[in-house]
Design a protein around this ligand. Structure first.
Ligand code: FE2
Ligand code: FE2
Length: 255
């Protein structure tokens, strides 16, 4: 996993970013494993929220700045599909966590409903809420909590595995094309869009996190890269406009 990659072209920053993601994913998964034993979900919710915030921004900015310009390139299209899959699993997990400790029960009820005949299903759908509370009563609060937390752990692990597979594919099949097709100058403009968010209160919220998670030598290289891309004239695109409201879209009304 920790393959040493030479840091040369600007796109090589991707290995450092993915490294930061691995650290955050494993941290979250460890908290989810721990949460199976009970206790408060605060630390897990926070770690997971931060991971998703970074991951969804990462996927969105890569689609726009990295793969959109790669025409006639199947790996770029595959990469975009993998992002869509990651985003779907990630956002559904955000919803799961927001439901709290009864979420696993709701999932079980839904699964039961799916196996039923249509008319039975309709009838039950109307009464889903009642069924849930009846089950909750029958199972007892602690069983419901334990079930939810097992599901949560399993889903977080599944998301991490999907993410790791994606990183490997992207590094092997997309970053190589970027190196072939884009000049260093073009790559600098691109990585600036992936590592910073123009127009945000803190435009450096992405790169600062990556810097915090990597080794000193890597940090030195990335800091030098930041100076380089800051000195490149980006050629004024209307990026900040589209990025506004990113969190409103992701977390709904939750601030
Ligand atoms: Fe990436
Ligand atoms: Fe990606």
């Amino acid at each position: 996993m920790a393959v040493e990659t030479k840091l040369e072209a600007p796109i090589d920053m991707m290995t450092l970013m993915h490294k930061a993601f691995r650290v955050q994913s494993e941290r979250t998964e460890a908290l989810a494993a721990e949460a199976q034993g009970g206790g408060d979900l605060g630390a897990l919710t926070e770690a997971f929220g931060f991971w998703m915030k970074q991951l969804l921004y990462h996927a969105t900015s890569e689609d726009k700045a990295m793969t959109a310009p790669l025409n006639d390139c199947q790996p770029a299209r595959d990469n975009e599909s993998e992002h869509a899959e990651l985003a779907a699993q990630g956002t559904s997990l955000v919803g799961f966590i927001q439901k709290g400790d009864a979420a696993g029960l709701e999932e079980s009820v839904k699964a039961t409903m799916l196996t039923m005949e249509d008319d039975q299903h309709k009838e039950l759908a109307d009464k889903a809420q009642e069924v849930e509370s009846a089950l909750k009563e029958a199972l007892g609060e602690s069983t419901v909590t334990a079930r939810t937390r097992r599901h949560l752990y399993r889903r977080i692990m599944a998301l991490r595995i999907l993410e790791y597979d994606h990183f490997e594919n992207e590094e092997a099949f997309v970053c190589s094309v970027v190196k072939e097709r884009m000049s260093d100058q073009e790559q600098l403009v691109m990585v600036k869009q992936i590592l910073t968010e123009e127009g945000a209160d803190d435009p450096r919220w992405i790169i600062q996190w990556v810097l915090d998670e990597i080794d000193p030598a890597e940090r030195e290289w990335l800091t030098a890269l930041e100076s380089r891309f800051n000195s490149v004239i980006a050629g004024g695109s209307g990026e900040s406009e589209k990025k506004r409201g990113f969190f409103a879209r992701l977390f709904g009304s939750k601030k």
